[in-house]
Ligand binder design. Structure first.
Ligand SMILES: Nc1ncnc2c1ncn2[C@@H]1O[C@H](COP(=O)(O)OP(=O)(O)OP(=O)(O)O)[C@@H](O)[C@H]1O
Ligand SMILES: [Mg+2]
Length: 151
C-alpha cells in the first residue's frame, strides 16, 4: 500500500490525521499495538497530523510538540478495543536502550494501545512489522507532501 497526499494548510493535515484515526478505529485491534511511524522534514507537519489523529480518536486534550517530553500517554475514552494513545518523540532519544527504559516493548505489545512515534527513523528497528509509515515533506510554506505506506 502506498498513498500520497498534498496538503495546503495545517487544517488539511489535521483532517488527514483525523481520517486515518477513523480508519484505525474501524480496523479494530490486532494481536499487538497499532503503531504509526512519522518521519521526514523538520516542521513537516508530524505533530500537526497527530493533533488531528488524536481528535479522530476522540481525545480532547491538546497534542503538543513533545520537544522536551519524550513520551505522552492519553486515554482513549471512545467505546472500542483501544484504551491508550501514546505520542512518542524520538528526536532526542539516544537509542534502543532509552526506548526500552520508557517501556516501549510493553507498550507496543499491548493490543489496546495505539502508538505514534515521531522521528521513528532515529532509532533503528523501532517499528514492528505491520506498522504504518508516514513520511512528511516540506514543499513550501503552506504545502506538505505526506506519503503513507504499510510495512
Ligand atoms: N500543509 C501544512 N501541514 C502541516 N503544517 C503546516 C502546513 N502548512 C504550514 N504548516 C506549519 O508548519 C508547521 C508544522 O509543524 P509541526 O510541529 O507539525 O511539524 P513536525 O514535523 O512535528 O516538526 P518537528 O520535526 O519539529 O517535530 C506548523 O507551524 C504549521 O502551522
Ligand atoms: Mg513534531
Amino acid at each position: 500500500m502506498k498513498l500520497e497526499y498534498l496538503t495546503r494548510s495545517p487544517f488539511q493535515t489535521r483532517k488527514l490525521g483525523e481520517a486515518l484515526a477513523k480508519e484505525v478505529l474501524k480496523a479494530g485491534e490486532g494481536d499487538k499495538a497499532r503503531v504509526l511511524g512519522l518521519i521526514g522534514d523538520l516542521g513537516g507537519g508530524k505533530t500537526t497530523f497527530l493533533q488531528g489523529f488524536a481528535k479522530g480518536l476522540g481525545i480532547k486534550e491538546r497534542v503538543l510538540s513533545p520537544t522536551f517530553v519524550i513520551l505522552k500517554k492519553f486515554r482513549i475514552k471512545k467505546k472500542g478495543p483501544f484504551d491508550f494513545f501514546y505520542h512518542i518523540d524520538c528526536y532526542r532519544i539516544g537509542g534502543a536502550k532509552d526506548l526500552a527504559e520508557l517501556g516501549f516493548r510493553e507498550i507496543a505489545a499491548d493490543p489496546a494501545n495505539i502508538v505514534a512515534a515521531e522521528w521513528a527513523d532515529k532509532t533503528k528497528n523501532l517499528l514492528p512489522k505491520g506498522s504504518i509509515f508516514l513520511k512528511f515533506e516540506f514543499i513550501d510554506k503552506d504545502t506538505r507532501k505526506i506519503k503513507v505506506s504499510a510495512h
